[in-house]
Design a protein around this ligand. Sequence first.
Ligand code: PBG
Ligand code: ZN
Length: 325
Amino acid sequence: MLNRSRRLRTSSAIRNLVAETDLRPRHIIQPYFVQPHPGTSEIASLPGIGRTGVEDTVRQVEQDLKLGLASVLLFGVPDAEAKSPDGASCCDHDGVIPQAVKALKKAFGSDLIVMTDVCLCGYTSHGHCGLVDDEGVVQNDKTLPFLAEMALRHAEAGADVAAPSDMMDGRVTAIRALLDQNGFTQTSILSYAIKHAGAYYGPFREAADSSPKFGDRKTYQMDPRNAREGLRDALLDIKEGADMLMVKPALPNLDLIWRLREAQLAPICAYHVSSEFSSVKAADRLGWVNGDQLMLEHLIAIRRAGADMIVTYAGREAVEKGWIS
Ligand code: PBG
Ligand code: ZN
């Protein structure tokens, strides 16, 4: 007897019946770049994504919520004048992120999950994710109080989830401790457990104006050649109190998403990062690929590998164009 696997592929109804992977709006986290001045400015390398002032952010989130996109990840894009060597303005009470979080929580309350990026690179004049000494060496332990206070500011404003992306050692412990001391025991931490150094974040750095002015991020972000290192760090993050784990970039790390899923550590979030998105958009513009289909296939692969949720610039588009519902 011929084993006919094709029987279960003969119509879209039967394919839907046996489909193993589900991608829904609830799995999507939509990223936002929030600027201090009003209005919206385009980001050339991230088509469809803008930098928005607080009011425009609230307006856009309102539309996203109607589409069923109920989670956002906010990145602050402060003016150049607000940057300094120690990035201290990341802890300002009236910084752009605390303002945006307050406005979003006032408008949408618990209907919206507000996640905030916690990292110094948008706020330091040198663009590194931590403090640096005179020789340009990153100062891990001196950075921790800044990260913790930044997270506290976001929590005070009403953020649901702090997402440290800096890759300093010990930051989950530092953030958890300061949040708890101040009564924010219910604010979650989504820790970047696996974040590889490399070329995948180019368009993001343009959008957030956060490129390092010298050197690179290889002394704190991970070596893409390593897998066990990431699994070890994920365990450490859980021990330190992380509630959820981030893996990025997503497609180059499907193996690690899968291994974390197998280890059943915590909810896993994959970040489909700026270059993963932009390269599809660019090739689509050249007419070389079907960008819509390719983008959806990216997101499905990430879910199939075991990600519970995906940060993606394609979220809004995916729902608007009916790729997912
Ligand atoms: C900041 C941060 C970066 C990204 C998320 N948080 C950039 C970086 O590490 O240089 C990248 C996201 C993307 O490329 O979409 N630490
Ligand atoms: Zn950073």
